[in-house]
Structures are given as structure tokens and as C-alpha cells.
Design a protein around this ligand. Structure first.
Ligand SMILES: Nc1ncnc2c1ncn2[C@@H]1O[C@H](COP(=O)(O)OP(=O)(O)OP(=O)(O)O)[C@@H](O)[C@H]1O
Length: 261
């Protein structure tokens, strides 16, 4: 479980995060939802320690991270797997080398054969067996995301962070990547935080959702109750999507009397 408490962050005069607190549960897909520029990525960076909050703290399974000793922060960092928006694979390395990279960095003494077993296990888990020798330039965007996921989980991470994991993917591939992240979260019991502005992800994998608006947390809940929100900014965000508007009309048409009771 990851807890954040009263996180504030400004860049010069620009206040990006304005006192955000919350809990991200273990074994669940926790979504940070919001429009562009609302501070989701900055919050994620504060949580992983890439940006230092001006005020506030982050706790990983009860251990303070933000202002703790370097050794303790490093210990936590080793348990963090990151899937970046652009996949961020090393272009000069093949798939196998990309996935092996964090293992070489974090567990340099691991025997080569054990490392290869772990790489193959992770590649198989993301549905990419037999792709070891392919170069990033030879594989599709969806495959790159899969390699990114394999690389993130290779060191047996406890915490998994995904920054817009399905950006740039067609809807079906995006759905498959969402499903894969959810399966991995449940299978390996990771605390997973996903930055997204995609309502499809909300419906598919929104175990817990935190809605950010202009640096504040305006709502939190689950995919089961998000459609009933009475927060105007969230409502506007949800129904900016035409399909969502149509779905709501259908629902109101079919269940209008139920809703008005
Ligand atoms: N290092 C930085 N220096 C100055 N401003 C920054 C920095 N990082 C982020 N910002 C600003 O903080 C605001 C929030 O950015 P952030 O990337 O968190 O938005 P976001 O909600 O993730 O949006 P998107 O969905 O478009 O990625 C933006 O106005 C951005 O320009």
C-alpha cells in the first residue's frame, strides 16, 4: 500500500499540486485520472521520487520515502517497476537485452542463466515468447508496451507505475494492455498506479480512481460508482467523450423511471 499525504508542488509561480492525500491499495489497479496538464504525471513523479514535493510525504508499506535516508529510499526504489508513456526501450538493445537491463543493474551477481530464465519468464508472461532477438524498431507499439511491462516486472517489483500505458495504441490493443496490467497486478500482488485520461481504462480496470483537477483531488471512488458522480468537473470530463454521452442517454432511456425514483 502506498499512502500520500498533503502533497504540494509548484514550479516557480505555477502551483501544480495543491495538497493531495490518498491511499493506493495493494493488488489493485489505482488510477490517477484527469485532463491534460492537471498534474497527474507530476504527482506520479513525486511518488517515485523523481520530483521532490515542496510539502507532504509518501509512505510505501509503512516506510517513509520522501525525506528518509538515501539507503532506505534506494531500497524502496529497487522495488519499483516503471512503464513509461513512450515505452522508453533502448533502441540499440534487442528485446531480451532490454528486459535484462534492470536485472543487470539491480542484481549484478545473478548468474547469466538465471537472468535469462527470468527474462524468458517475463516475456512469456506478457505474451512475447520467441521475440528475444527482435529490435525495438522491428516491433509494433503494442509489443513495445509489452516489452516495457516485462522490463518493469523483471526485478520482481512490488510497486508498478504506468504513465499513460495505452497512449498511441488502437482501442483493441489498448484494452489488451490494460487487461495485462490488471492481471499482473493481481497475480503478483503489486500496488499499481496508472496515470490515464482514458475512460475506457476507467471502465475496464478502475479498481480505485482518484480524479485530479487543477492540482486538487476532487473525487475518488471506483469504476462502479464513477458514473453516478455529482462532481460537475468529473461529470464534464466523463461526458466529454461522445460514446459516454450516448451510453448515458441509452441508460436514461431504459431506466429513466428507476433513476427518478
Ligand atoms: N519540470 C517542470 N517544470 C515546470 N513545469 C512543469 C514541470 N513538470 C510539469 N510542469 C507543469 O505542470 C503542469 C502539470 O503537468 P503534468 O505533466 O503533471 O500534467 P498531466 O496531468 O500529466 O498532463 P498530461 O495528461 O498531458 O500528461 C503542466 O502545466 C506542466 O507544464
Amino acid at each position: 500500500m502506498i499512502e500520500i499525504h498533503n502533497i504540494h508542488k509548484s514550479f516557480g509561480d505555477l502551483k501544480v499540486l495543491d495538497g493531495i492525500s490518498g491511499v493506493f491499495e495493494t493488488g489493485k489497479t489505482n488510477l490517477l485520472l484527469g485532463a491534460s496538464g492537471t498534474g497527474k504525471s507530476v504527482l506520479l513523479k513525486c511518488i517515485v521520487g523523481l520530483v521532490k514535493p515542496d510539502i507532504g510525504s509518501v509512505t510505501f508499506d509503512g516506510t517513509y520515502f520522501t525525506n528518509n535516508k538515501l539507503g532506505i529510499r534506494q531500497e524502496i526504489r529497487r522495488k519499483i517497476g516503471m512503464l513509461f508513456q513512450s515505452s522508453a526501450l533502448f533502441d540499440s538493445m534487442n528485446v531480451e537485452e532490454n528486459v535484462a537491463f534492470p536485472l543487470k543493474m539491480l542484481t549484478p551477481d545473478m548468474p547469466k542463466s538465471e537472468r535469462l530464465d527470468r527474462v524468458n519468464f517475463c516475456l512469456k508472461r506478457v505474451g512475447l515468447e520467441n521475440s528475444n532477438k527482435k529490435m525495438p524498431s522491428e516491433i509494433s507499439g503494442g509489443m513495445k508496451k509489452r516489452v516495457g511491462i516485462a522490463r518493469a516486472i523483471a526485478p520482481e517489483c512490488t510497486y508498478l507505475f504506468c504513465d499513460e500505458p495505452n497512449s498511441g495504441l488502437d482501442p483493441l490493443t489498448a484494452l489488451k494492455i490494460d487487461e495485462l496490467i490488471k492481471e499482473i497486478t493481481e497475480e503478483f500482488n503489486t500496488t499499481t498506479i496508472i496515470v490515464t485520461h482514458d475512460m475506457n481504462s476507467v471502465i475496464e480496470i478502475g479498481d480505485n480512481i482518484m480524479f485530479l483537477y487543477k492540482g486538487k483531488k476532487l473525487w475518488e471512488g471506483t469504476r462502479d460508482n464513477i458514473m453516478e458522480t455529482e462532481v460537475p468537473e468529473l461529470n464534464e470530463f466523463i461526458f466529454a467523450n461522445r460514446l459516454m454521452r450516448d451510453a448515458k442517454k441509452v441508460e436514461e432511456g431504459e431506466e429513466g423511471s428507476h433513476h427518478s425514483s
